[in-house]
Design a protein around this ligand. Structure first.
Ligand code: ATP
Ligand code: MG
Ligand code: MG
Ligand code: MG
Length: 481
């Protein structure tokens, strides 16, 4: 089954269960101060769960473009190194707004996976919420009893609040969830370590594919939980992981979702994918990041110097940097990938084709600018390498800051290069330099903006310690006062 058929079967299945199939909402969020990009299938439906707006249908299914590169869900650093976290991915979902609940949701999930997609039952595990005494929450016996009718009991695992209780935020709708995991290892590997020991343990072939959330509570500002007037279902299944499972691959990148991109990159680099780990990481990074970049620009978020635009610029520069270093791409290249992506995905996301020439122009311009700074900055780092080695294998804060300020290297880029060279970065020292510069520019009547700026919240701040800025993952120092 190819990925287009897999996606279509999901829609057809839930349409046959009276769901309205709707198109994905745009990736870019413009009217929500708490979110820059959609990071889960439920995000566009938040208002229905909160009761701010009535849901137009009681049952909905869709594929939602998601981006997990900032805030609560940030998978960026994993991407390229592991085989199943992406920056941009599709989340397949089905929803009940005050309509069906656990029984239907879990039966349908099982029917779809094991009958329509024919995934082997003896490779699946499910998890249910074990309860939480502190929060006075009972274990999810209902979900357990429903699963018991479909799957052997030793394949039903109990999980803690971390994995099996979903909350939108500090307040708002929440409830227990039930995950479905698949073990894609060989029989020999399974004989050595049982799959259930590897569930939720970062094993690349024992992965979570689907999460079924049962919203039945509302958390109030005082922390207490009350039952919602209506019960809802919110599910999210990682499309690329599902394709890996159905196509019996060991990596999302080996599916037909990524192979056209992978083959194109490898071909241009004059390499074969799968022969050299460093080159493979770079190929995966580029194949992944072009999706985040192209979808974000298509949906209205240009790379820029702050907030959401800065997040996109950082992803773009991460891709350029990997290509530059490990694949020897010294000229703009990413923009070419946008076309490969559009050809492949336009049947689901026609906007990619409609905006293609604009997207390519934006990417190429960004690439040109960054390649110039990159070359200069890397030369500077190479020239100082001996000095870092003598300095306890550490890039000092002053140099890290100089790279940031003069060469446009965000701290995470410097950290990445450092990691490859076996060096550390003095992040605290970097922050001191940053603070000093801020003081200087506060005092100056007119200040020039460098290429990279740390996003500061619009509040009065006072130095109290170090923190990470959510939008940029830079170390910043502030506390709201
Ligand atoms: P994981 O534990 O693997 O990081 P998660 O628990 O953070 O996943 P959920 O928030 O439950 O994920 O999202 C629902 C589904 O979306 C997951 O079951 C998974 O299949 C998929 N998913 C989550 N994050 C990613 C990602 N970064 N790339 C691809 N698919 C993802
Ligand atoms: Mg996660
Ligand atoms: Mg998880
Ligand atoms: Mg989950």
């Amino acid at each position: 089954m190819n990925s287009a058929e897999i996606r279509q079967k999901f829609f057809d299945f839930f349409a046959s269960k009276q769901h309205q199939v709707v198109p994905s909402a745009p990736l870019v969020v413009k009217d929500d101060p708490t979110l820059m990009f959609i990071n889960s299938g439920m995000a566009p439906f938040k208002d229905y769960f909160l009761g701010n707006k009535p849901a137009p249908y009681k049952r909905i299914a869709d594929t939602q473009k998601c981006l997990r590169v900032s805030g609560k869900h940030n998978d960026l650093e994993e991407v390229g190194y592991d085989t199943y976290h992406h920056t941009m991915f599709e989340m397949l979902g089905n929803w009940s707004f005050g309509d069906y609940f656990k029984k239907e949701a879990l039966h349908w999930a099982w029917e779809l996976l094991t009958e329509v997609y024919q995934l082997p039952k003896d490779r699946l595990y499910v998890s249910v919420f074990q309860g939480d005494e502190k929060d006075n929450l009972e274990k999810d016996q209902d979900a357990y009893d429903i699963w018991k009718t479909m799957i052997a009991e030793d394949r039903i695992l109990f999980g803690s609040k971390k994995d099996n209780f979903w909350e939108m935020g500090d307040t708002g709708p929440c409830g227990p969830c039930s995950e479905i995991h698949i073990d894609l290892r060989s029989e020999e590997e399974i004989a050595q370590v049982p799959g259930k020991d590897l569930v939720n343990n970062d094993h690349p072939q024992v992965v979570e594919i689907w999460n079924n959330v049962f919203m039945e509570f509302n958390r109030l500002a005082d922390g207490s939980l009350v039952k919602l007037p209506a019960q809802h279902v919110d599910t999210g299944m990682g499309f690329e992981r599902l394709c890996m499972a159905i196509q019996q691959k060991r990596s999302n990148y080996d599916t037909d979702v990524f192979q056209p991109l992978i083959q194109f990159i490898a071909g241009e680099a004059g390499l074969k994918y799968g022969e050299n780990e460093k080159a493979d990481i770079a190929i995966r990074v580029m194949a992944d990041h072009i999706r985040a970049i192209a979808f974000a620009i298509t949906d209205g978020q240009l790379p820029s110097n702050n907030k959401a635009g800065y997040v996109i610029r950082r992803i773009l520069r991460r891709a350029v940097r990997y290509g530059f270093t490990f694949l020897d791409f010294k000229k703009p290249f990413l923009y070419k990938l946008a076309e490969v992506l559009a050809d492949q995905m336009a049947h689901v996301f026609p906007e990619l084709k409609q905006q293609l020439s604009f997207v390519q122009r934006v990417i190429e311009e960004e690439e040109n600018a960054f390649l110039r700074t990159l070359d200069n900055g890397l030369k500077r780092l190479d020239a100082l390498e001996e000095k870092f080695k003598e300095n306890n294998n550490t890039i000092d804060g002053k140099t890290a800051f100089e790279l940031y300020d003069t060469f446009g290297f965000p701290l995470d880029l410097t950290a990445l290069i450092a990691r490859e060279k076996g060096l550390k970065v003095d992040e605290a020292g970097f922050s001191v330099e940053m603070e000093q510069q801020k003081n200087r520019s506060r005092n100056a009547s007119a200040s020039e903006q460098s290429d990279w700026v740390v996003v500061q919240p619009d509040v009065t701040t006072e130095f109290v310690g170090y923190d990470r800025d959510e939008a940029t993952s830079h170390i910043v120092r502030y506390r709201q006062v």
